[in-house]
Ligand binder design. Structure first.
Ligand code: 3PY
Ligand code: MG
Length: 255
């Protein structure tokens, strides 16, 4: 399925990722074959249990696409398990400061950067490398992305980006809008959110790390790509399904 190195994301054209919350193998394969460059299996707000993650990574691989996993909030124990299962990278939600980013990195990078425990299973076999080769390369080939979606994280952005082994940041504009509006609105179009975006892209450029973002709509996705976000996540699958179903009903005059 290929790796998703941070360096390629920094230098390449915008990369569109299909966000999957109901990751049966068939759904993941369908989203991957729709043409997204990679998929994300969401274990925070989606239904990506570990068994589904194991299946979902295989389904994405069948379509020749790498899979990322968004972790739940309760610690990082799933993080290295996902990499062992062949995930190309992991996304940690609600990272507020450099200490949290360092704890995340410790879980997913091998020494000397972190303390990921050895046992890479399918990650090793996908890589095509020897055991020593994987040990030498895995820190570069697997992505660790910290979600920036709180007021605290915005204030600590440069410190978070400076954490060694953290490959980049991924903006959660929904949570960020809730945070920046003091709980008054969930709306990525809020001026305070939009204003933060250019500063985030600039900070990531200074750190030579990719800035990624989740987009609620294709229009927002295109806008984020134009602003310089190098990885733009679009979805989720359940919204595609709901919107397609509603449009079909409307087309037959039922809505
Ligand atoms: C957010 O926008 O807050 C996200 O976490 C994207 O899913
Ligand atoms: Mg969020």
């Amino acid at each position: 399925p290929g790796a998703l190195g941070a360096a390629a994301l920094v230098n390449g054209a915008p990369h569109f990722n299909g966000w999957v919350q109901a990751p049966s193998a068939l759904v993941v394969e369908t989203i991957a074959r729709a043409g997204f460059a990679s998929v994300t299996l969401d274990a925070q707000h989606g239904f990506a249990t570990f068994d589904r993650i194991v299946e979902g990574i295989a389904a994405a691989a069948l379509a020749g696409r790498p899979a990322l996993v968004r972790l739940p909030l309760d610690g990082f124990s799933l993080a290295a398990q996902a990499l062992d299962a062949g995930a190309a990278g992991v996304i940690a939600p609600m990272i507020d400061d450099a200490a949290m980013a360092r704890a995340f990195v410790a879980a997913v990078k091998f020494p000397p950067i972190g303390r990921r425990s050895w046992g890479p299973n399918r990650g090793l076999s996908f890589s095509g490398l020897s055991r020593d080769g994987y040990l030498a390369e895995a820190n570069r080939r697997t992505l660790a992305l910290a979600m920036i979606e709180t007021v605290e994280a915005l204030a600590a952005l440069d410190d978070i980006l400076a954490v060694e082994g953290l490959d980049g940041v991924l903006i959660g504009p929904n949570d960020l809008s809730v945070a920046l509006s003091g709980g008054a609105a969930v709306d990525p179009a809020l001026p305070a959110v939009v204003k933060a975006l250019d500063a985030i892209v600039a900070a990531a450029r200074r750190a030579k790390k990719p800035a990624a973002i989740f987009a609620n709509t294709p229009t927002l996705a295109a806008d984020y790509a134009a602003r310089g976000f190098s990885l733009v996540c679009l979805g989720p699958d359940l919204a595609f399904l709901q919107q397609g179903a509603a449009r079909a009903l409307a087309d037959v005059g039922e809505a």
